[in-house]
Design a protein around this ligand. Structure first.
Ligand code: SAH
Ligand code: SF4
Length: 357
């Protein structure tokens, strides 16, 4: 691997420091950021807004590297799944999700990308494909940003929303997540509204507090999947470290610093967490928090025995939560389960590679 740094992981402040140390100034950083993000310039030698000397300096210290696109699944106007290969040969995946058409047939402009934050995951939730082999490594800030840049270039779409719901636990990689969030939301960077960027976590309590203290506040989603310790303990080992009460204390703290509603993600797994008593407790907690609930009928994972409840039961669960006055969404459409759950495309590719070896 080259010793040069991928510029896609560098914030404007850091680039300013770099130029200042080399006789330049904030002006140079501003021009370079504009060339890279606004003009999609991929060749430093063509950034004519700065002089030859600074172009040479850039080439000496930086690269602009995008991950290799191994596979794209799905088509225009539908959810498109990208499998990427990183410089060290590891696979990660990201998903481009256009807004579903509104009832009158029109489409909103919303174009969401779901990104990965790690290769694998250390948290080992029992239902999840990403955690099956544990954590391999953190993604660098550049590897996080380059998923967005690569998808923007490949699809030609303007990205309006980003969710950290791909592989990995973003809050376990806070040191690289934090600058990546600056680059995504910076007006000099990808320039997304902070509230359109959502970090999803399985419940790393101290890091939720840290995220709350960020200057540019992003939105938060919690993979709750159980409304009580009894249920959560069965499926999410992280609950042994920070239980439901500690988690909700941190969520109330987050809510007090941020006026965005927190999303409570709740996968429905047959016979595990789909009891209507859970729906009632979930609704009560969501209401107190002023959050909303997103119900996700479980996507089966090859090799795991979990199943999704019947559509009728999912609806009943939803109506129970809704009936208690909580904003609730649930998507039941099919096709969503074509490798839709995070980590599954990568799993397939790894199995294929192993079979071919
Ligand atoms: N580690 C973070 C970010 C990953 S988000 C987190 O857990 O929040 C990935 C989301 O997909 C999580 O809400 C996770 O619980 C959910 N998920 C994992 N496996 C799934 C499956 N088989 N079906 C539906 N959702 C799943
Ligand atoms: Fe990791 Fe999130 Fe999957 Fe749990 S749900 S194993 S935290 S990626």
């Amino acid at each position: 691997m080259s010793a040069k740094q991928n510029i896609l992981g560098v914030t404007r402040d850091d680039l300013t420091d770099f130029f200042t140390q080399h006789g330049g100034s904030a002006f140079h950083a501003k021009e370079v950021m504009e060339a890279v993000y606004r003009n999609e310039q991929r060749d430093f030698s063509k950034i004519t807004a700065i002089t030859e000397r600074y172009r040479a300096l850039l080439e000496e210290h930086f690269t602009i590297a995008l991950p290799k696109i191994v596979k794209v699944q799905g088509s225009e106007d539908t959810t498109r799944k990208y499998l990427f290969q990183l410089e060290d040969g590891r696979y990660i995946e990201s998903v481009l999700i256009p807004a579903t058409p509104l009832e009158d047939g029109t489409r909103s402009e919303r174009m969401t990308v779901c990104v990965s934050s790690q290769v694998g995951c250390a948290y080992g939730c029992k239902f999840c494909a990403s955690g099956l082999d544990g954590l391999t490594r953190n993604l660098t800030s550049a590897e996080i940003i380059s998923q967005l840049v690569a998808i923007r270039e490949h699809s030609g779409r303007h990205i309006t929303n980003v969710v950290f719901m791909g592989m990995g636990e973003p809050l376990a990689n806070f040191k690289n997540l934090n600058p990546a969030l600056d680059i995504i939301t910076g007006h000099w960077g990808l320039h997304l509204a902070p509230r359109s960027v959502t970090v999803s976590t399985s419940g790393l309590v101290p890091m939720i507090r840290k995220l709350a203290e960020r200057e540019n506040q992003v939105s938060l989603a919690i993979s709750l999947h159980g409304a009580t310790n009894e249920v959560r303990d069965k499926i999410m080992p992280v609950n042994a470290k920070w239980d439901v009460d500690e988690l909700f204390d941190a969520l109330h703290y987050f809510a007090s610093t941020n006026n965005q509603r927190i999303t409570l993600e709740y996968i429905l797994i047959k016979g595990i967490n789909d009891d209507l008593e859970q729906a009632r407790i979930l609704a009560e907690k969501a209401k107190k928090l002023g959050g909303f609930v997103n119900l996700i009928p479980y996507n089966t994972v090859e090799g795991l025995e979990w199943e999704r409840p019947s559509d009728a039961h999912c609806k009943l669960f939803r109506d129970t939560v809704k009936g208690l006055g909580v904003m609730t969404t649930m998507r039941l459409e099919k096709g969503h389960d074509i490798d839709a759950a995070c980590g599954q495309l990568r799993l397939k590719e790894m199995k294929k590679t192993a079979a071919e070896a």
